[in-house]
Write a protein that binds this ligand. Structure first.
Ligand code: HAM
Length: 431
């Protein structure tokens, strides 16, 4: 048997319903904050990610699914949503048409990481991107949205960790200070971190090597090297979060693994995820669009891992969907059963109902056994007697009541029963 690829799980019936509920919560919040959905392709030109996510990032260096197309083009499965979103908005000139431009996306992303709890090779992100404002209020608003998602999903103890990564003025000076410090310890750093001294020394804060971590304890941090303007921006973000009473923690080790960030960077961690505890992350990226198109269009955004959200969210259970099963007990009865189900499916009031026909059963006993497995509220049975009498046997699976009714009145009778049960549920809830 051919199996699915490592780290690329199926979502099976029974689990899909949780996904749909999660998607609905995320969509509702995105719309509530004024974002419109964007859908971009899963495959993009590999250069898009090399140039934006960053040539030296782990994603591009190690985790990237990149291959040659038949005509020799280098293409890639998207490892994250930001570059494709930026490309689409530029390509369709949407950034010139409207400012701010606020979009969100949901969909599969691909990173060839070592699979473990909460880490997959195909995973899903919900992300938002806000284009066209330098205001610190936008950073705070975007973070508030991330926090609201955690609240709506009852994520246990979400913790927002905040840092500033400065900008093109303060970063070179900080880099120099960091390298100055690290040079003394170069021989003691792990091999990857030694390599990072050349490409991106800030990422050494992400090292899992204990000796390197010890060295980084006393390393200079970006926050002490911010220019006045960067500091003012960061202070305002914090003041606004405090005013909204959104809890956060300054963490100077949040450097993010993607190259495009400037100013505010953040991650949200939560309990119950083991070592892969980041449910989301993001930040401001003021220079990415400039690097592609030469236009000064600042941006802020974040993305959340949907598998991780599902692992720990405690969404309210949704009401059981109403279900009606039509059960023909002979081949002759099939035409009538299909007609009944077809008529029912046309009706507005039955739109949200699940309507199944159970075929292939020829005795009441085996038929009802098959129906019970579906756990419906209502069953409409068409046996020999009902065919002869031009009737249908209605069975309420909850109250166990049953009644033979004229075929033509079958649907009306079902409607009455559904209403009666709905009223009863309403009364019970009131009591
Ligand atoms: P990221 O931090 O690389 O940021 O990913 C965001 C979230 O995606 C992570 O916090 C995690 O929950 C989830 N995630 C990442 N990799 C995996 C994986 N292998 N398996 C399961 N979940 C995973 C970004 O992708 C940026 N594009 C966020 C952003 C948007 N920044 C600005 N705008």
């Amino acid at each position: 048997m051919i199996q699915s690829l490592k780290g690329m799980p199926d979502v099976l019936p029974g689990e899909v319903e949780n996904w749909q509920r999660l998607e609905q919560v995320l969509r509702d919040i995105a719309h509530n904050y004024g974002y419109s959905e964007i859908r971009t392709p899963v495959l993009e030109n590999a250069d898009l990610f090399i140039k934006s996510t960053g040539e030296q990032s782990d994603i591009v260096q190690k985790e990237f699914y990149r291959f040659e197309d038949k005509n020799g083009d280098a293409i890639s499965l998207r490892p994250e949503g930001t570059p494709g979103t930026v490309r689409a908005l530029m390509q369709h000139k949407l950034l010139a048409q409207k400012s701010p431009q606020k979009v969100y996306y949901m969909g599969p992303m691909f990173r060839r990481e070592r699979p473990q709890k909460g880490r997959f090779r195909q995973f899903h992100q919900m992300g938002v991107e806000y284009f066209g404002s330098h205001a610190p209020g936008v950073d705070a608003e975007v973070i508030s949205m991330l926090y609201q998602i955690c609240q709506k999903l009852n994520i246990p103890s979400p913790k927002i960790m905040l840092n500033s990564l400065g900008d093109e003025t303060c970063r070179p000076k900080y880099r120099e200070a960091l390298l100055n410090y690290l040079q003394k310890y170069e021989a003691d750093l792990d091999a990857t971190s030694r390599q990072r001294m050349q490409d991106n020394p800030m990422r050494i804060f992400d090292s899992k090597d204990t000796k390197t971590q010890d060295i980084m304890q006393d390393a200079p941090v970006m926050l002490d090297h911010l220019t006045d303007a960067c500091k003012v921006h960061f202070d305002q973000v914090q003041a606004q979060l405090s005013q909204m009473q959104i809890p956060y923690e300054i963490n100077t080790r949040i450097v993010r693994g993607l190259d495009y960030y400037t100013h505010t960077a953040f991650e949200v961690i939560a309990q119950g995820l083991g070592s892969q505890n980041a449910v989301g992350g993001g930040g401001r990226y003021n220079n990415l669009i400039q690097s592609f198109a030469g236009q000064d269009i600042p941006a802020v955004g974040f993305a959340m891992g949907m598998e991780r959200l599902l692992m720990i969210s405690q969404m309210a259970a949704s009401e059981k969907q109403k279900q009606c099963v039509v059960l023909p007990l002979s081949e002759k009865a099939q035409a009538k059963a299909n007609h009944l189900a077809w008529s029912l499916r046309q009706l507005d009031w039955a739109k949200a109902m699940k309507i199944d026909v159970v075929f292939d059963k020829t005795s009441m006993k085996s038929g009802l056994r098959a129906v019970a497995k579906l756990d419906p509220q209502y069953v409409l049975i068409l046996g020999d007697q009902e065919l002869e009498n031009d009737t249908v046997l209605f069975k309420n699976f909850m109250s166990k009541e049953q009644k033979e009714i004229e075929y033509n009145l079958g649907i009306d009778f079902l409607r009455e029963q559904v209403l009666k049960d709905e009223n009863k549920v309403g009364m019970d809830a009131k009591l």
